[in-house]
Write a protein of this length. Sequence first.
Length: 367
Amino acid sequence: MWQLEDVSNKRQKWSEEHIMCEQHFIDNVSVNCDGRIMVKLPFKNSTDLLGNSKDIALRRFYALEKKLEKNIQLKEEYSKFMKEYEELGHIVLIHSPNLSIPHYYIPHHCVLKSSSESTKLRVVFDASFKTASQVSLNDILAVGPNIQNELLINLLRFRCHKYGLMADITKMYRQIMVHHQDRNYQLIFWRNDKSLPVSTYMLNTVTYGTAAAPFLAIRSLSYAVDTYPGNHELGKSIIKDDFYVDDMLTGADDLLRLQQIKNEVTDILQYFQMPLSKWHSNHPDLNCSAACSITTNSDVTSALGVIWCPIDDYFTFNFKLNDSSNTISKRSILSTVAALFDPMGLISPIIIKAKILLQKLWILKYD
């Protein structure tokens, strides 16, 4: 068994910014009246550096709206996503935004993921867009240190168990609240229809697309483990060692321990309003409530980007060559090679042939 790097050793390698970000989290984290973890944005520079973002963000919104008007189905999915966002309280309408104080409007767009088991369309927020002062929100936010195991380590540990167990935290970032003082830096424009006036909305939760979001979310998991009032030592160790961002990849060698892991992890995260979903296991007898059923009969699911077949318990790869273009270039070949995600190197003997081809093309100076 490999030796995981000790947390204290990792901290010795942290930069000053990492140390500041960690201390800022410790000093400002809290739990609100709803039981949700609340954090503040870790600014490394003054927010006074932000220039006018309203005008540019508004132009970006009009461009988005024009694109949505050309695709009715996409527009409906986008509106549905934003409606759910508002109904869950993750976003709120601001009738009279106070723009006399430092603020930031975030442009947004959507990404489509056909392989997703839940949301096919996801709205993402561009906090890297430059304001009139050529400074973005992400420019003044600290990124924070990496405090989880590497993806490869998680996958290898997952394969060491006789029985695997997978789940992920539903809308993980959006289960963590941002402090009221910092929400003025998470403003967006939106309207469901062109007949309505363009309105300002405020994002209340940790927002995907902001530089600090991964650290704040992952660090909040660690905070949940440290402050959970119950025992559940097994569940706490699983959350600390067997999560990669919002994905849990764990397992056990017997059914009793597998069920204990599921129950304890669920209890801890539910205590902080972080429900788990998309359960998968290769053990056919794992019991679960109807509200959170285990899927053992699905053909495949994604394990940190790698396809896992729970029934027969193996990793597999599928690939479809994109032949939509008749033009073959080094760029198109590179795109084809990169489409095969293989962090463990299981199919390196296959992929290496394509990489050698690319190398030869560069040597021969072909276009």
